[in-house]
Ligand binder design. Structure first.
Ligand code: Z57
Length: 807
């Protein structure tokens, strides 16, 4: 394969020419935004060209194809990612520099596509990167939302949501493929047909037809030869039904209604992370991308292998990310039975061998169910398949004493509702959780009935993250130090990071690590000063909690810790703690009142503390607005302490814990999600675990928890903090926090904030004093990075490939 952008002069010549041909401008006259357009266009062209050879190669090798169905792909900015994976980042940076252009500035022009909410969506994006790296033919299948996750502004301490018009300036990485558009049908009536031999089949008549148009984004594997793609679907009207009469009568809304009703399907990403959706439009989104994706799979299979259905399941794996694509089962059945005319048993055998499913949370409100009446009206034929799948499944249950108990747990249709998780399990051959503890809870509790029936379907796949994005790309300073010591093979194989272990006591390396961290803190402090006006001291300890806002993630516990410190500083002028900056970032779902109040609480506390000269030498708080992939990449590398303080048993895995660990931050966390596996790997000396374990919580629940006991027993400190929620101390921005107090004291502290308060504040003090000394800190930090390799999504994907997808 011919090298890209070599030599450097060839790149600069081409760049100048492209400015002229793409924009009709000489390069000296272009803006940074135009430089971005030109460079992105050059890189996108190479990706498309290289995609041909990559596709040809997989066709020859007849590789198994994996389709990863997800309603969310939080891909973030892509330019730097492409440059790194093509191995041309340095050449391009040097070449642009020769032209007087800064690559960093050019990259800042890129938009940050927010086609996901949080962990689940980012996991899907990391998996695409790793599938390409592992030379797997792995394709993403998702939705091309016209508007991504809202942009978060902070006004008077409160979150204000603004539209994310990410496509405003066009998206250079996508290719619209009209020739691959398909039709998806909603509603209508099911009609039975019969031929002369008594054979019968069904079709849907008079439904609403929608055109699904795919946009492909190339996914380039590290090394630049393997090119997969992410296919995102957009909903469009099948034909132009423009109402000229309405238009002439001046009713433009009516004239365009045909268009807006259909386009609504791909207009917006639902902004709830691990919570309720429950709207009809959401169900339409789910069916649209499932049906369009499966039609494409069958079409491309028939092109390669004709109607060789017998081997379909050996050549195709369909992975469903959470229950959002749960209709893959019945829709694949419909395509095989109604369209391809296979018999039920053959189709069922294929379906159950292709499909696999990941669950990401045990929270009951995230377990999707739909009312049968809604479902049947919108998707009458799919409902018939679900009904039959359910009937046969119930029929197959052992008829013993447990029958009723097992049936009530595992039935797909129950209590007038379609249970999407049960549908996903019944239609697939594998269900996995995302960390060891989470998978255990699925087996023992959430899906106990299924586990009794088919234990072999259950398995764990501990999450991972792309270390190329979150270490190499996000943290060039640390990456340089690492590569100077152990070479750069870790980019390809994260396990190689363990070579750092032998330098754990090397004091000159300690100095370099400190310098790299300091550089990153300065970079972040600059960004925070620019975006919020808050000035942080880069010499202070950076304590970071960045993630979605949710009660179970307990940002409130962190607030109490800081408020308690503040109280201590005011009460005792001789107390001079190690200067610490507390950094928060994250979004709350628009409708999640409690979570939004916690955001306002953080901003109010920040306003109080940052402006109090008695305290602001020692502690400061910054809330970074609009947490997204781009600013996340500035935050992780600057963190000393990684806050992972969810109520034990509640966090599926967590992935910011891994992103921070790769960057050498030390975890202050509960025994929950992947924190447990982090603790196993780094050992007790290099992590701080505190608080109740799942078993403790279970015991407490059976004994009966009383939040007022905590309030009284810890009155001096905790009780004080609780009182301060409503006594005016924090009422600077829009008043007191009665609802937060009520959540604790009236709703009996569902997430055990008060119970863990004491253990948490102690753990924080211990951790902070142990990292006070540079060499102790550097050794711990280094060992965290050295032992993080396991959490590369490359490893996770190899596990999926071997144990689920059978590759
Ligand atoms: C989401 O981001 C997660 C779970 C969900 O059910 C939905 Br919906 C969205 C998160 C979990 O909360 C995290 O613990 C986990 O690390 C992440 O998914 C990726 O598995």
């Amino acid at each position: 394969m011919s090298p890209i952008f070599e030599p450097k002069e060839a790149f600069t010549d081409q760049f100048i020419t492209e400015c002229q041909s793409l924009l009709g401008k000489s390069f000296q006259d272009c803006t940074n935004d135009e430089y971005y357009q030109v460079l992105a266009n050059m890189v996108a062209t190479i990706s498309r060209e290289r995609g041909i050879a990559s596709k040809e190669r997989s066709r020859k090798l007849q590789k198994k194809k994996v389709y990863y169905f997800s309603l969310e792909f939080l891909i973030g900015p892509l330019l730097d990612n492409y440059l790194i994976n093509f191995g041309v980042r340095d050449t391009v940076a040097d070449g642009l520099k020769d032209l007087g252009i800064s690559l960093d500035t050019v990259e800042e022009q890129e938009c940050d596509p927010g086609l996901g909410n949080g962990g689940l969506g980012r996991l899907a994006a990391c998996f695409l990167d790793s599938m390409a790296h592992e030379d797997i033919d792995g394709y993403g299948n998702g939705m091309r939302y016209r508007y991504g996750l809202f942009h978060q502004a902070i006004v008077n301490g409160c979150q204000v949501e603004q539209t994310d018009n990410w496509l405003a300036k066009g998206f250079p990485w996508e290719t619209r493929r009209d020739s691959s558009a398909v039709e998806v049908v909603f509603g209508g009536e099911v009609v039975r047909h019969e031929d002369n031999n008594g054979a019968y089949w069904f079709s849907v008549e008079n439904g609403e037809r929608v055109r699904a148009v795919p946009y492909d984004v190339p996914i380039v594997g590290f090394g630049g030869t393997k090119i997969n793609h992410l296919r995102l679907w957009s909903a469009e009207p099948v034909e132009e039904n423009f109402d000229l009469d309405a238009f002439n009568a001046g009713d433009y809304a009516k004239a365009n209604k045909f268009r807006s009703d259909v386009e609504a399907i791909s207009t917006i990403l639902y902004p709830n992370d691990a919570g309720e959706h429950g709207r009809l439009l959401r169900l339409k989104q789910e069916y649209l991308f499932v049906s369009a994706g499966l039609q494409t799979i069958i079409h491309s299979y028939k092109k390669d292998y004709g109607c060789d259905w017998e081997h379909f399941a050996d050549r195709v794996a369909i992975h469903t990310n959470d229950t959002h694509p749960a209709m893959c089962g019945p829709e694949l059945m419909r395509l095989l039975v109604d369209v391809e005319r296979l018999d039920w048993d053959t189709a069922w055998d294929i379906t159950t061998h292709c499909i696999s499913f990941t669950n990401h949370t045990v929270m009951p409100e995230a377990l999707e169910t739909w009312p049968i009446t809604t479902f049947r009206t919108l998707l009458p034929r799919i409902y018939m398949f679900i009904d039959e799948i359910n009937r046969r499944f119930i029929e197959s249950l052992p008829k013993d004493n447990n029958w009723h108990d097992i049936a009530s747990q595992t039935a797909v249709l129950w209590d007038g509702r379609v249970r999407m998780a049960n549908l996903s399990i019944v239609c697939g051959h594998s269900i996995n959780g995302v960390s060891a503890i989470h998978t255990g809870i699925l087996k023992r509790e959430v899906f106990k009935g299924f586990c009794a029936l088919t234990p072999q379907k259950f398995n764990n796949k501990t999450n991972g993250i792309s270390h190329r994005r979150f270490l190499c790309e996000a943290n060039p300073a640390l990456s340089r130090v690492i590569s100077d010591v152990i070479g750069n093979e870790w980019l390809d194989d994260a396990a190689k990071l363990s070579d750092l272990e032998q330098y754990a006591d090397d004091s000159s390396l300690h100095e370099q690590l400190y310098a790299a961290r300091h550089e990153n803190k300065v970079r972040l402090a600059d960004y925070i000063a620019r975006t919020t006006g808050v000035v942080l001291d880069p010499h202070s300890v950076f304590d970071v909690q960045v993630k979605r806002f949710h009660a179970y993630k307990r940002q409130l516990l962190n607030v109490f810790k800081i408020l308690d410190l503040y109280n201590h500083i005011l009460a005792d002028p001789s107390y001079k703690p190690l200067p610490t900056s507390f950094i928060f970032s994250g979004k709350a779902a628009q409708s999640y009142t409690f979570a939004k109040e916690v955001i306002r609480l953080i901003n109010s506390l920040a306003d109080v503390i940052n402006n109090d000269p008695r305290a602001n030498e020692y502690i400061r708080i910054a809330f970074v607005p609009n947490f997204a992939i781009s600013n996340a990449q500035l935050i992780y590398p600057a963190a000393d302490i990684s806050e992972q303080i969810s109520t034990a048993g509640m966090e599926g895995s967590g992935t910011s814990n891994m992103k921070l660990m790769f960057n050498g931050a030390i975890t202050l966390g509960t025994y929950d999600g992947a924190n447990i596996e982090i603790a196993d790997l780094v050992g007790v000396d290099n992590i701080k675990i505190f608080g109740m374990h799942v078993e403790d919580i279970a015991r407490l629940q059976s004994e009966g928890y009383m939040v007022w006991d905590e309030y009284h027993n810890q009155h001096e400190r905790l009780g004080r903090c609780i009182d301060q929620l409503t006594d005016g101390t924090l009422a600077r921005l829009n008043g007191n926090f009665e609802s937060v107090r009520d959540e604790l004291m009236i709703n009996n502290d569902q997430w055990y904030v008060c119970k863990d308060f004491c253990a948490y504040t102690d753990a924080f003090q211990q951790l902070r004093s142990s990292i006070d000394e540079v060499h102790t800190w550097a050794k711990m930090s280094l060992l965290n990075t050295a032992r993080s390799g396991y959490f590369s999504s490359d490893r996770t994907i190899r596990d999926y490939a071997e144990e689920i997808w059978n590759i």
